[in-house]
Design a protein around this ligand. Structure first.
Ligand SMILES: NC(=O)C1=CN([C@@H]2O[C@H](COP(=O)(O)OP(=O)(O)OC[C@H]3O[C@@H](n4cnc5c(N)ncnc54)[C@H](OP(=O)(O)O)[C@@H]3O)[C@@H](O)[C@H]2O)C=CC1
Ligand SMILES: CC(C)(CO)C(=O)C(=O)O
Length: 333
């Protein structure tokens, strides 16, 4: 099985390091100083429990790697259309394309109409680049519980001693052939990969973490552990989680999540990936993690009073850092 990690940054680097150490046939698409470092010194993964270096093949040119059985795309969502435009050399008719990202998957609405009403997901693939160049039939989603940071070129740090896990499911409701193939490709690499035929439910569950930690950590400049130690901020986090649970419920997903417990779930000193992007002035996932929630809510006339306060502040902060476009966002904030 040929596995390629496209976007071998924090999460992709974590996966690539574990797969390479297990002797899997894994290659990476990376770029810039990170690529140079991986080529010259290898890819280093440091966790609270271990620290090791692997030497997988790495390139910035998909044509140099050729067709793959599994491609894991683990870049920030604003980068996905650009990746789709360059990915053709990695794909053969049976390739499984795994979107290992936070937020609402771009393929969310594909073939899925709870209650007959399909949510409007245009914000996630506005030019339909992903739909046209990849297509939901080949796509899988991966929900990630693994806090990682690229701390220097070629060097990924993981903040959790144990408990990292990756949930995998196909975009197409009821399909499982590709998911089985990916799970078997990833097996035996010290990765806790679980298959879930209802990947949208797993996605909503994870989003109830990001909906609070992403904006609050960006606005405070702190980790979730530090920011949520303040009871008033924890209360704000619970408001965001409660609104997200209501949106999920209205769209057909009743989640058994207690906002109070969920707002205390983050116990590591990890800076959320959105805060990492803000600090580096890199495109932030505000559309796919947050603004899309307002689209979903508006479609069913649901109020989102807490999101309505937080999101304009976050967008303003992101624009000031050059990490979000200046033009008005599609559905306003
Ligand atoms: N980091 C974390 O702890 C977690 C992240 N996630 C989610 O996982 C996904 C990936 O996040 P994360 O790993 O943090 O992201 P990173 O930014 O660390 O890594 C993405 C990598 O993709 C590279 N990339 C982007 N576009 C291209 C391209 N066209 N060609 C080559 N390389 C490219 C980036 O390069 P460059 O830097 O040059 O742009 C970067 O190295 C996100 O959806 C995030 O929300 C989920 C759980 C935890
Ligand atoms: C690990 C976690 C949950 C932290 O918020 C995350 O998803 C991220 O960093 O984007």
């Amino acid at each position: 099985m040929q596995i390629c990690i496209f976007g071998a940054g924090a999460v992709g680097g974590y996966l690539a390091a574990r797969l390479a150490r297990a002797g899997k046939n894994v290659s990476l698409i990376a770029r810039g100083a990170h690529l140079q470092a991986i080529r010259s010194q290898g890819l280093r993964l440091q966790t609270p429990a271990e620290d090791f270096v692997v030497h997988p093949t790495a390139s910035d040119d998909p044509a140099a790697l050729g067709p793959q059985d599994v491609v894991i795309l683990s870049a920030k969502t604003p980068a996905l259309p650009g990746i789709a435009r360059s990915i053709a050399p990695l794909i053969h008719p049976e390739t499984a394309l795994v979107f290992a990202v936070n937020g609402i998957f771009w393929f969310y609405a594909h073939g899925f109409r709870p209650g007959g009403l399909g949510p409007d997901t245009r914000r996630l693939d506005p030019d339909q680049t992903l739909e046209n160049l990849i297509g939901a039939d080949k796509a899988l989603g991966m929900v990630i519980y693994s806090p990682n940071t690229v701390v220097a070129p070629g060097h990924v740090q993981n903040a959790r001693a144990q408990g990292d896990r990756f949930i995998l499911g196909e975009a197409r409701q009821g399909a499982k052939a590709r998911a089985l193939k990916v799970a078997s490709a990833l097996a035996g690499a010290e990765l806790d990969v679980r298959m879930d035929p209802d990947i949208r439910r797993a996605m909503w569950t994870k989003l109830t973490l990001n909906v609070a930690s992403s904006p609050i950590c960006c606005l405070t400049g702190q980790t979730a552990k530090a920011a949520f130690a303040n009871p008033e901020i924890r209360c704000l986090a619970q408001g965001l989680i409660t609104e997200t649970l209501a949106i999920a419920r209205a769209h057909g997903f009743e989640l058994d999540i207690d906002p109070e417990q969920q707002s205390s779930a983050e116990k590591t000193d990890h800076k959320p990936s959105m805060l990492q992007d803000l600090e580096l002035g890199r495109p932030m996932e505000i559309d796919s993690q947050l603004l899309i929630l307002k689209d979903f809510a508006r479609q069913l006339d649901q109020p989102t009073p807490t999101l309505d306060i937080i999101l304009p502040l976050l967008v303003q902060r992101a624009r000031q850092a050059g990490a979000y476009p200046l033009e008005p966002e599609m559905a306003g904030t």
